[in-house]
Design a binder for this molecule. Structure first.
Ligand code: 5GP
Ligand code: MG
Ligand code: MG
Length: 174
């Protein structure tokens, strides 16, 4: 499979993703019984994961979005820009929803914003996590799948804006 100039190979099937997402929904439901969490999706990458996660989440919940950008091509720039800030989350039980945590620069920026938001509580959820690339010690509360430090696309994740529509995950051929 080719996007722009790069070749990708199949890595995770739709079924494998569905299983990971369902497992996360069950875990979060248990922790938020009798609560109404706000799931704050980090755009653009998390849109597909968050939609599937919420369709599987069978308790009261709210949804909101924020938009950050740090990636260019296949590597993190380290410069994280806030394109859409967070809505008022005062007094809310917030769950940040990321597609993937790589270096952690994006997450660190989100935590900075949350520290001033007077939320009641917050937790971090990410569908993918690259432990070898992570440069922080901010705990990640819910992880779908730990993956090696290789570039992936599909299921919301892009390579220079292409590939987000793919229902499965592909890995860069090396
Ligand atoms: P971090 O700030 O943790 O380095 O990177 C976070 C963001 O970079 C992710 O939310 C995602 O948008 C992008 N990113 C990190 N790793 C990958 C990857 O393997 N593939 C794609 N398509 N995007 C990635
Ligand atoms: Mg992201
Ligand atoms: Mg991207």
């Amino acid at each position: 499979m080719k996007l722009h100039d790069l070749e990708f190979k199949p890595y995770l099937s739709e079924q494998e993703l569905a299983t990971a997402v369902e497992t996360l929904s069950r875990k979060v439901e248990k922790d938020y019984t009798n609560k109404t969490p706000v799931f704050v999706g980090v755009l653009n990458g998390a849109f597909m994961f968050l939609a599937d996660f919420m369709k599987n989440y069978n308790q009261d919940c709210e949804v909101s979005f924020t938009k950050l950008a740090s990636y260019q091509g296949t590597s993190s720039t380290g410069e994280v820009q806030t394109l859409i800030g967070m809505q008022n989350l005062e007094g809310k039980d917030v769950v940040i929803v990321e597609d993937i945590i790589d270096t952690g620069h994006t997450l660190a920026k989100i935590i900075e914003a949350l520290d001033n938001a007077k939320v009641k509580s917050y937790k971090i959820m990410s569908l993918f996590y690259k432990p070898e690339a992570y440069q922080y010690d901010i705990p990640i509360d819910y992880i779908g799948l730990e993956i090696p430090n290789k570039f992936i696309v599909g299921y919301g994740l892009d390579y220079d804006d292409l590939g987000r529509n793919l229902p499965e995950i592909y890995q860069l051929k090396s």
